[in-house]
Design a protein around this ligand. Structure first.
Ligand SMILES: [Zn+2]
Ligand SMILES: [Zn+2]
Length: 330
């Protein structure tokens, strides 16, 4: 298969990846439908910012954020019915059962973590530890600037963590199971090994309900941008949106069957971080997964890092041993 040259690498030699926005299909249908699927994302973002900016303290709480998050996902689920991106990604019972298992597991873990480390004292101590209580320069900044800074710092860290996961075998192990998903839909962000979910949950879960407004605002912005990472809806996202933000298109390239293409688009929220470091590929892929699209059972997703990790350690302990090659699944 001929690849496409992007910067100094050639992608799409192993599996098809569409490169370039002009080659990606547009939303089909009448003017009203096209208008809705062009402006839906920016409208929700603006609404979310206004809500968390102006909501009175009595309702600006983590429980409200969780409720809005669930409602938003239900709305997107309806859009997946109305305007799917790919027929091949449409939900089957088997996929739904797997997804719900992981969504349930995610909520359980977050609850457990909140229960053990979510006490007032611990949260206050960690905020103090982060220096957020005496950041004299931080708190006078406008609320929106504070929220964007928090988001940027968080996403910058997660960019490098995610990139490291794709470059060092011990970190790849807990992340690999997530890359065995073979389609996108609203719940797929939760599918993966709980070791990874736990690492993410640890960052978010324990702080709930004691958060300053800037954190709630940054959560609202993040919801309105990064929920689209794994969904099956076709949007005509405006040019400025896809320049700044991660989109389903970007993340589908990251999940494609083509090894070179997966080494791109690591940011969760701000794709411009990938642009800064030369890892962004604007494009889209329909066929997703590892090992030619082999589907993993729940049991294999759960045990993969331990089983493969144990195998790798045994090899590494031999005199000539190193870590297995990354992306060997192709
Ligand atoms: Zn990844
Ligand atoms: Zn993903």
């Amino acid at each position: 298969m001929d690849g496409v040259r992007v910067g100094n690498r050639v992608i799409g030699t192993q599996a098809p990846v569409i490169v370039g926005w002009d080659n990606i299909p547009q939303v089909e249908g009448g003017p009203l439908k096209r208008f809705i699927f062009t402006w839906f994302q920016p409208a929700i973002l603006v609404a979310s910012i206004l809500f968390w900016y102006y909501a009175p303290n009595s309702i600006a709480k983590a429980s409200t954020a969780i409720g809005i998050g669930i409602g938003f996902r239900a709305l997107l689920l309806a859009l997946e019915w109305v305007n799917p991106r790919f027929e091949s990604w449409q939900l089957t019972w088997k996929e739904l059962v797997t997804d719900l298992f992981f969504v349930g597991l995610g909520y359980t873990l977050i609850n457990l973590v909140s229960y053990y480390i979510g006490s007032d004292a611990i949260v206050e101590a960690s905020l103090n530890h982060l220096g957020l209580d005496h950041l004299g320069w931080f708190t006078p900044l406008p609320l929106l600037v504070q929220a964007l800074l928090i988001l940027f710092i968080f996403d910058f860290g997660q960019y490098w963590m995610h990139r490291a996961m794709h470059n060092w075998y011990p970190l790849w192990l807990p992340h690999a199971a997530h890359h065995y998903i073979t389609q996108f839909n609203i719940n797929k962000g939760a599918v993966g090994n709980p070791v990874e979910l736990f690492l993410i949950g640890l960052g978010i879960g324990g702080l709930f309900d004691f958060l300053p407004r800037a954190f709630l605002l940054s959560g609202g912005i993040s919801m309105a941008i990064s929920t689209y990472d794994h969904i099956n809806v076709r949007f005509n996202s405006p040019r400025w949106w896809r320049f700044l933000f991660n989109t389903t298109e970007h993340h589908s390239v990251h999940h494609s069957l083509d090894y070179e293409a997966t080494r791109s688009n690591f940011a969760g929220t701000f794709i411009f971080i990938d642009r800064m470091f030369g890892t962004c590929i604007d494009g889209e892929a329909e066929v997703l997964g590892m090992e030619g699209g082999r589907r993993m059972s729940i049991r294999e997703q759960m045990t993969y890092p331990f089983r493969e990790g144990w195998k790798a350690i045994k090899v590494r302990l031999q005199p000539s041993g190193g870590w297995p090659a990354l992306g060997g699944g192709n």
